[in-house]
Design a protein around this ligand. Structure first.
Ligand SMILES: Nc1nc2c(ncn2[C@@H]2O[C@H](COP(=O)(O)OP(=O)(O)OP(=O)(O)O)[C@@H](O)[C@H]2O)c(=O)[nH]1
Ligand SMILES: [Mg+2]
Length: 299
């Protein structure tokens, strides 16, 4: 950056129904795997800030939990934290998964909620790699009828198709102002919390539908050793005794697999060896308890 270029800084909120591809897009924009991604809905539970700094512009990209009609307390807190990311956002992206069967009621509900707030947004039609081009146009026209969107992008967050154009648009939309973070910072999440998310990703990937939503992972202990490696202890919290058995697997085989995969991912992401210790605890009411939410960054 030259001395006389004015710096620009702003926040971009990534909104959309569960599974729309918000976290995949965040990672694609950053060129790094920061936010966890699985094919299951409600993968993201906390707001994840990813920082993208290019030339004179810094953007804080806010990946959010998917928006849907929440039932449990945890779901309500997740959805609320997604809406809160609109406060102070300089640009809002609404991601729509074009491969879901139409009508896409969840996305339609979000469009209505945005309209009620008088919130303008940029429409991002995602997963275009999954459908034929001729199906896209009517879909775009339909959503465009809301009058909410200043611009439409058609992308594949997975392959990166169209993502550069979107990035350029966002960089240009950021207002003049000083950067809020150091140039080389990637996120405001601690390694402890990121490590817990990495283990939760493995729970989602390796276990079947019933369990993952009733389980969570908390950072318990984090100790840097003299040789530069880190000892990480985490607690997997589940809501039923039978879930505990599922996490452990036959003779502890499942939790071992989860640990092996999570540890490898942590070591790659943090750039130092990791010794990972996992405990499993049953608490039927964890989803109702405030103190747990604070541990993973929800209030
Ligand atoms: N084919 C295809 N799959 C995609 C694309 N973007 C995301 N996916 C897949 O869609 C699934 C959901 O992606 P996520 O990025 O976790 O979606 P999300 O919107 O963050 O979901 P929640 O956190 O649950 O709200 C994953 O299996 C992704 O690999 C895309 O452009 N094309
Ligand atoms: Mg996500």
């Amino acid at each position: 950056m030259t001395q006389d270029t004015k710096t620009r800084f702003g926040f971009v909120a990534l909104l959309g129904a569960p599974n729309a591809g918000k976290s995949t897009l965040l990672n694609q924009l950053l060129g790094e795997k920061l936010s966890i991604v699985t094919r299951k809905a409600q993968t993201t539970r906390i707001r994840v800030l990813g920082l993208l700094t290019e030339e004179n512009v810094q953007m804080g990209l806010l990946d959010t939990p998917g928006l849907f009609k929440p039932k449990t307390r945890l779901e309500k807190t997740m959805v609320q934290s997604a809406w809160e990311s609109l406060e102070g956002a300089d640009a809002v992206l609404l991601l729509v998964d074009v491969s879901v069967r139409q009508p896409d009621v969840k996305s339609q509900d979000i469009v209505e909620a945005l309209a009620q707030r008088g919130q303008k947004a940029t429409l991002v039609l995602n997963k275009v790699d999954k459908i034929k081009a001729e199906k896209l146009l009517p879909l775009a026209e339909n959503l465009q009828a809301s009058g909410l969107f200043d611009k439409i992008f058609m992308i594949s967050a997975l392959t990166g198709d169209g993502v550069d154009d979107l990035k350029k648009h966002l960089l240009e939309a950021m207002p003049e102002g000083p950067w809020a973070y150091p140039e080389d910072q990637l996120t405001d999440l601690s390694e402890r919390l990121l490590a817990a998310e990495i283990t939760r990703e493995q729970l989602l990937l390796q276990l079947h539908d019933e369990l993952p939503y009733g389980a969570t992972v908390f950072p318990e202990n984090w100790e840097t050793r003299q040789d530069g490696s880190v000892m990480v202890r985490q607690m997997i919290l589940v809501a039923h005794v039978r879930h505990r058995a599922m996490v452990l697997g036959k003779k502890g085989s499942r939790i071992k697999e989860i640990g092996v995969a999570a540890r490898a991912e942590m070591a790659a992401q943090f750039g130092h060896p990791v010794h990972l210790f996992l405990d499993v605890k049953v608490d039927e009411k964890w989803q109702e308890k405030q103190e747990y939410y604070r541990l993973f960054g929800l209030s």
